[in-house]
Ligand binder design. Structure first.
Ligand code: SF4
Length: 240
C-alpha cells in the first residue's frame, strides 16, 4: 500500500521523543469526550472549547439534558463550534443513544466492533467520530484516522492520501500492537505534528522526522546530496 522507509511504530517513537506525552483527550468525563468528538467536526478545537464551556456553565453537559432539551437553546450554547443547527441535532441523537445504552459503563461492556456498528448508525457519527469516541471515551483500542494522519503518512511513506478510511486504518492496525495507550498517544502526537511542522505548507527544516521522510528526500534531490548545506538551503528557500 505504501513505500516503506520507516514503520509506524518507529515514527511513533520519534514523535513521542520530539513532543512528549500529550495525554489526550482533554475532557472530564466520557460523555464530554463524545460531545467534543461531534463538536470538533469541521472546526478548530478552540471553538469546541467555547461551546463546551457554555454547556458546562448552563449545567447542560448531561446526556439526558441534551437528549431531551430544547433544540434552540442547545443551538445557542454550541454556536461557537459552527454548523450549530446540524450539530445540535447530532448531539441530541448521540445523547439519547448514550443514555439508552447505559451511558459510559453500559457502552463499555459492548465488544468493540458491535459498538462501532451501533455508533455508525447514529445520526452525525461517521468513522472518524465513532473511532474517536471508542478510543478516548470508551477505552477501545482502535486507530483514529483523520486528515492529519493522511497528510503526514502520505508525505512520510507515500501512504495513498485518498485511500479509503478502512484501508488507511488497516495500514496501522496491521503494523502496530493493539495497545490502547499507544493508539491514544499516537493520534494525539499526529495532531501535534500536523500543527507544529507538517502543515499544509510543511516546515521541514526543523522537523523531527525529516531524516526519514520521503517527501523531504524528494525535495532534496534537485540539489543532490553531495553538498547537504546547498540542498538544505534549497529546501529552506521553499519552506515556510
Ligand atoms: S520533513 Fe516535512 S513533509 Fe516530512 S514529516 Fe516533516 S514536515 Fe512533514
Amino acid at each position: 500500500m505504501a513505500g516503506c522507509r520507516q514503520g509506524p511504530l518507529q515514527i511513533y517513537r520519534q514523535l513521542l521523543a520530539a513532543y512528549g506525552q500529550r495525554r489526550w483527550w482533554p475532557a472530564d468525563t466520557a460523555f464530554e469526550v463524545m460531545v467534543g468528538a461531534i463538536l470538533t467536526q469541521n472546526t478548530r478545537w478552540e471553538n469546541v472549547e467555547m461551546a463546551i464551556t457554555n454547556l458546562k456553565q448552563a449545567d447542560m453537559l448531561e446526556a439526558e439534558r441534551i437528549g431531551n432539551g430544547d433544540l434552540e437553546e442547545l443551538e445557542g450554547y454550541i454556536r461557537p463550534s459552527g454548523f450549530f443547527r446540524q450539530k445540535s441535532r447530532y448531539l441530541q441523537a448521540m445523547s439519547l443513544f448514550y443514555h439508552h445504552h447505559g451511558c459510559e459503563f453500559g457502552l463499555k461492556k459492548w465488544p468493540m466492533y458491535s459498538l462501532r456498528k451501533k455508533l455508525l448508525a447514529v445520526r452525525g457519527i461517521g468513522p472518524e467520530t465513532a473511532d474517536s469516541m471508542l478510543l478516548y471515551a470508551l477505552d477501545k483500542p482502535i486507530f483514529v484516522v483523520d486528515a492529519y494522519t493522511r497528510r503526514i503518512f502520505n508525505r512520510l511513506v507515500h501512504l495513498p492520501q485518498h485511500a479509503s478510511y478502512g484501508d488507511t486504518q488497516h495500514y496501522f492496525h496491521s503494523r502496530l500492537p493493539r495497545s490502547l495507550p499507544l493508539f491514544k498517544e499516537f493520534h494525539a502526537l499526529i495532531v501535534e505534528h500536523a500543527k507544529q511542522h507538517c502543515r499544509v505548507k510543511p516546515q521541514c527544516m526543523d522537523c523531527p522526522l525529516r531524516q526519514h521522510c520521503l517527501y523531504m528526500e524528494q525535495r532534496l534531490q534537485p540539489c543532490g546530496e553531495a553538498h547537504p548545506e546547498q540542498a538544505y538551503a534549497h529546501v529552506a528557500a521553499t519552506s515556510d
